[in-house]
Design a protein around this ligand. Structure first.
Ligand code: GRF
Length: 206
């Protein structure tokens, strides 16, 4: 079974866990909002919910697990070979919990997208929603950006905002942001595939 267009660009999604963003992306591919084919879903961890979601939607899955003593570069070379094998044009990181090596990032420059649950450049790294609450922010949201060599950095493609409400917990804020993530990621992938947004030197051109 093919999910999405059989001739369009080939999308890979890299995951490590729950896969809610993955699901939103695959649904957008399946209903044509993203004009691409879901080529493969790759997880660095076996048995995660994201793999089940992809399997249920008929998208090929692979587990590329880090090996003991393996360097980051070696792991990323394994990943590259799997992506090449699947003829992948665009890579979406949807809760992929590994930092990618500079050579991998350079290879996929302008074709590698990440989603982060904050209004970057605020609150990079882990527990972004908790960071927003601790900082007393009145507003939060999510960012889809091109990946560059630094963590949670790179040209911004789409941001969506939500209010931080009195009494919010990490869970309630995360849920509100996640609803926007599910809109932002497909929108960003569509923009990049349309050629209306691209990364050029250090800037995003529209
Ligand atoms: C999301 O909050 C995403 O922004 C972050 O990791 C989380 C992944 O959740 N990068 P899921 O696996 O898509 O459910």
């Amino acid at each position: 079974m093919t999910v999405g267009s059989s001739t369009g660009p080939r999308l890979a999604v890299l995951v490590s866990g729950r896969g809610r963003n993955l699901q939103a992306l695959l649904e957008a591919v399946a209903d044509g909002r993203i004009p691409a084919r879901a080529a493969v879903v790759i997880s660095d961890r076996p048995g995660v919910e994201a793999l089940e979601r992809a399997g249920r939607m008929g998208v090929p899955t692979e587990v590329v697990e880090p090996q003991p003593q393996q360097t980051r570069r070696e792991y990323d070379a394994m990943l590259t070979s799997r992506l090449t094998e699947h003829g992948v044009d665009l890579v979406a990181l949807a809760g992929f919990m590994r930092i990618l090596s500079p050579s991998f990032v350079r290879r996929y420059r302008g074709r590698l997208l990440n989603i982060h649950p904050s209004l970057l450049p605020a609150h990079r790294g882990l527990h972004a929603q908790r960071q927003a609450l601790e900082a007393g922010d009145r507003e939060s949201g999510c960012t889809v950006h091109f990946v560059d060599e630094a963590v949670d950095n790179g040209g911004i493609i789409v941001q969506r905002r939500v209010p931080v409400l009195p009494g919010d917990t990490e869970e309630s804020l995360s849920r509100r942001i996640l609803e926007q993530e599910h809109l932002a990621f497909p929108e960003a992938v569509r923009l990049v595939l349309s050629g209306r947004v691209r990364v050029d030197a250090t800037e995003v051109k529209r």
